[in-house]
Write a protein that binds this ligand. Sequence first.
Ligand code: AMP
Ligand code: ZN
Ligand code: ZN
Length: 422
Amino acid sequence: MRSTLSVISGLAVLALAACTAAPASTAPAPIQVAAPPADTASPAPLTVLVSIDGFRPDYLTRGETPVLNQLAATGVRGALQPSFPSKTFPNHYTLVTGLTPDHNGIVNNTMEDARRPGDVFTLSDPSVTSDPIWWEEATPIWVSAEQQGIRSATMFWPGSDFEIHGTRPSTFAPFDQKLTDFGRVDMLLSWLDAPEAERPQFATLYFDTVDTAGHLYGPQSPKTASALAQVDAALGRFIAGLEARGLRESTNLVLVSDHGMAPISDEQIMSLDVMIAPEKVHTVWTGTFAGLSPLPGHEAEVRAALIGTHPHGECWAKENLPERFAYGANPRVPAIICLAENGWRYESAEMPAWRGAGGDHGYDPADANMAALFIANGPDIEPGTDLGTFDNTSVYPLLAKLTGVEPVQGDGDIADVEAALR
Ligand code: AMP
Ligand code: ZN
Ligand code: ZN
């Protein structure tokens, strides 16, 4: 085991690597993080937005999450209804912009844009996703914060590793899925060791372990329960680190998820190729929901074949999607959207469904399986309040209030979260 001193110097190296935007891939040893003494009697307030990807609110009843349960019991709890589509990038961008995916421009994890012919936006290709064109239909809160003189630090968040409207967080690390949960916590804590004048007042912290386990094994699996325990322990470590730095009393924590997780099976897969001949459409997405554009000359035929209800799913022209999805006006949304019934998926020969998976999301945001975690806890949060279920567009006005950022107009409503504020 490494000494405390070498852990601290390792963290300093990591912090430097992050500030200079080099990939941060080394996980510090999982031992108690030491902290220098707090440098003022009453530190400046800090808001930390924590996302546990794919965390269903009912995961709190599994007996695996003592830290989260304590935060919920002594703070504010609720459930978020994700925005359509209930996928990672669209909803993370909604949480930090207050705009639905149709309005914030991140209409799915995978996207195409007529202004960038041939480019496909995917989670794993920063050479495409780093182009500000994808992100600049909205302004994430860290950009507004920086522009208003409020320092921000992002321990991962979709969009946070790229320049948006000419601005980046003061401190960030390029996304690295290999960095362990403890490693992420330790890196953020090391950033909070900066002198008061340089310490961030808004930070993000992102965990994907629970989503990964949910996809691999399904929401009910004991392996997913282990992932819950692992992330909960990382949060315990983070809170201990805040306490050791004298920062807990001045820190508001807002813990969210982007969507839930539904059980799936290989027996519930529909072939789009049976519904429409593949040479007549460009299929942009398959999975829990599909996006297709008819190829020139086949418009009427494709629409006639797809639009309407069919066993285990329904397809709409993008301009006729149900109003509650608030989706379809953005030019990046393909002409036809098909949404599978809970537990079902679409595939095509070109884009086959993943066999052997245990869980997925992307279903109707109103489906109880898609509900997402919400907990807030800290000095500005009224303890003992249950907000019930509310739209995730309303997290942004709460963050703006807590951080003192002048917000841009969003799709959410501060009234949804006002009862959370002390
Ligand atoms: P989904 O397919 O919607 O379940 O997306 C979840 C995946 O998004 C996770 O496995 C993460 O590894 C990935 N992810 C999360 N944040 C980022 C990011 N900032 N950059 C690239 N990939 C990310
Ligand atoms: Zn997700
Ligand atoms: Zn996922």
